[in-house]
Design a protein around this ligand. Structure first.
Ligand code: 2HG
Ligand code: ZN
Length: 472
């Protein structure tokens, strides 16, 4: 009955009838969780999203917004009750406007990050957001999770590119805040409440984003580093030598590199080392002298003992092969065994210490696991991932994850860090949030959630746990 009412809003093109296809919307990308759903809806217009939310609001039905379903924290799939709907934005696919003079792009939530990049290039500009899942991840999802990525060190995370939003509120009202202004200080920055809210306050249907000048010159180098101690100084030397041109400084541990080599058959361009950093410099000026700058930096790093080997990519193909060693990390780790992810960030000056302390503590405690960190060195954001290779005859240890997590999070916190730098909270980090953030901070979050979504129909149980509201 209810399903029919939803179907009459979206039409046959807007409801996923095939059970196998629907499964793809109910299960998360990592294969950690599969939920049930009342139905999976794919509205084609903002008006349909509004009608769906009105109905959900009237009937108190949970709504799980979903973009490309590449989320890593089980934040975009329904629970097991079968009482929630999945609202996929995959048919909201229009790029409404690209403006090379104002340097803005306005697009609907279901446009992928790769499509936005291509649309920007068409008008000689850059859509700066970039990460491994960009071919499937969507604008709505990236904003909702405030995705970071490999160019955040230069351009910031998604919210730093966000100018305006169109959102359907939990009661179905549409907020058109699609202003394309680079400055807009009129009252509370409402757009920033929705950025990183993981669909718990409303459904983002479109956004206005910043563009940047298109790079005309690019240099990529793959470097081997001798020790954790060198990592921080390497970054500081690079930052200074790059003179604002650093687009990426991506850390890869020796273990992580071995994994992509072993799992995916890739080749390392430098000699074996315990640490690597992939460096990319870009400039909007074709004659920016990036090669000289990079060579000068590498010579200095080698001389100071901050690097032991380095190769500069000689063409686009080689640059792409360097990048694969970094971007295929998630895929290689998924194949390698049980995967425990820790998306921590510490002040950049503490990255070396984080690496040393985590490896020492984890290897001492869990000799069976591989400590395989990689991540965004320039942002102090390290994916302190742990892999337990398949062990026949041994079941997954239910509390292994909790023990490993406690060690990593305690070390990161002691260094002034966070347990979630860019992947958000989803469902798997709710407890971590609620047990480590102060009562004042959690109160403010709950007040915001309650003000927008008093009935708790928006992505229930994500970010914050569900608090039963007793009838008066
Ligand atoms: C990346 O940096 C993503 O590639 C994924 O944030 C990290 O798989 C991960 O742990
Ligand atoms: Zn990352």
């Amino acid at each position: 009955m209810l399903v029919q009412r939803f179907a009459s809003i979206v039409g046959s093109a807007g409801i996923v009838a095939d059970a196998d296809v629907a499964r793809g919307y109910r299960a998360d990308w990592r294969g950690l969780f599969e939920g049930e759903a009342l139905c999976v809806l794919r509205p084609g217009t903002v008006e349909q999203v509004s009608q769906i939310l009105k109905l959900c609001h009237a009937e108190r039905i949970g709504v799980v917004p979903q973009g490309g379903n590449t989320n890593l924290t089980v934040g975009a799939v329904p629970d097991r009750t079968g009482q929630q709907i999945v609202l996929s934005t995959s048919r909201l696919r229009r790029i409404r406007d690209v403006d090379a003079v104002d340097m803005t792009i306005v697009a609907e939530a279901g446009v992928t990050i790769a499509e936005l990049q291509a649309a920007a290039i068409d008008v000689d500009t850059l859509f700066p957001l970039s990460f491994a899942a960009e071919g499937s991840a969507t604008l709505g999802g990236a904003i909702s999770t405030n995705a970071g990525g490999t160019a955040a060190v230069r351009y910031g995370s998604t919210r730093d590119l966000l100018l305006g939003l169109e959102v359907v509120l939990p009661d179905g009202r549409v907020w058109n805040g699609l202003r394309r202004l680079h400055k807009d200080n009129a009252g509370y920055a409402l757009r920033h409440l929705f950025a990183g809210a993981e669909g718990t306050l409303g459904v983002i249907t479109a956004a206005a984003m910043k563009l940047a000048p298109l790079p005309r010159a690019r240099e990529v180098a793959f470097c081997a580093l001798p020790s954790e101690d060198a990592v921080g100084d390497f970054w500081m030397l690079l930052r200074a030598a790059g003179e604002g041109a650093v687009r990426a400084a991506e850390y890869i541990s020796g273990t992580s590199l071995d994994l992509v080599v072993y799992e995916l058959g890739l080749r390392a361009p430098v000699h074996a080392s315990p640490h690597y950093v992939l460096v990319e410099l870009t400039s909007a000026r074709a004659e920016a002298g990036l090669r000289d700058r990079l060579e000068g930096f590498l010579a200095e790093a080698l001389e100071q003992g901050l690097a032991t080997d380095a190769v500069i990519a000689q063409n686009e193909q080689q640059a792409a092969s360097f990048w694969r060693l970094r971007e295929d990390q998630t895929e290689a780790q998924k194949r390698a065994g049980l995967n425990f992810k820790h998306d921590v960030a510490v002040p950049v000056s503490k990255v070396g210490e984080l690496l040393v302390k985590c490896r020492a503590a984890l290897e001492a405690r869990f000799p069976d696991v591989l400590v395989a960190p990689f991540g965004h060195l320039g942002d102090g954001n390290i994916h302190m991932n742990i892999i337990r290779p398949p062990m026949p005859g041994r079941d997954t240890l239910p509390d292994l994850e909790a023990h490993i997590g406690a060690i990593v999070y305690e070390i990161a916190a002691a260094l002034g860090g966070t347990f979630s730098a860019e992947h958000g909270i989803g469902t798997i980090k709710v407890k971590q949030l609620e047990t480590t953030r102060s009562a004042v901070e959690l109160d403010m979050m709950r007040v915001i959630k309650d003000a927008f979504d008093g009935q708790c129909i928006m992505n229930p149980g994500k970010v914050l746990s569900i608090v039963e509201v007793l009838p008066i």
